[in-house]
Design a protein around this ligand. Sequence first.
Ligand code: MG
Ligand code: MG
Length: 251
Amino acid sequence: MIKLKSTREIELMREAGKIVAAALAEIKSLIEPGITTGVLDKAAEKVIRRFGAEPAFLGYHNFPASICASINEEVVHGIPGLRRLKEGDIISIDVGARYKGYYGDSAVTFPVGKVKPEAEKLISVTRQSLQKAIEAMQSGRHLSDVSHAVQSHVEAKSFSVVRSYVGHGIGEDMHEEPQVPNFGLPGRGPVLREGIVLAIEPMVNAGSWEVKVLDDSWTVVTSDGSLSAHFEHTVALGDNGPLVLTSTDPD
Ligand code: MG
Ligand code: MG
């Protein structure tokens, strides 16, 4: 069942979302060749705690860190540690925070220094697909219109969407109903209405959509070793349409 959120709840989720955005801004400022993903993790945790929030991922199913850091062919759920970023890498950072009982969840793929044109294109197409999905999140439209917006944009650019990991409802739990796939035919599933809050998160591969999980039992990689990008926002459907809760822009 989809839990609709009150205006007050959405305000609290906006607070959580701003904290997530601040952590991502801090990470963006630190990313450069030579830095380890572990340093990025600690920096994000510090920002989250400074605002009086808790890192949502730390300890979640025993995940050992506050961010997911997924480099190049890694899709999602990469564990931060001693690995150093190299010029030309791309790195997907996923951050979640819980504040006053509500969650925010957001991800960005960053280039490390100068990256190849294909990597640049993958990042921009993935970011655009999230934007298209947000625009499709309108009262009276169907949930799968959001999914379809991602898939149609990505496939028109000759990339592929990951099937086995999806976006989700979010609120007092990090993962709530409904699931939000990044693929599907339009006009299916629940009708969207005010009070719905979704974490929309396209995961886009430069090659095939197939993925596998590494032996650490967390890190998801593309099966063909191609690059992957990931963008995510927590988005509320309000009276005036979609409202991005994890943006750094003023309200
Ligand atoms: Mg996330
Ligand atoms: Mg998420």
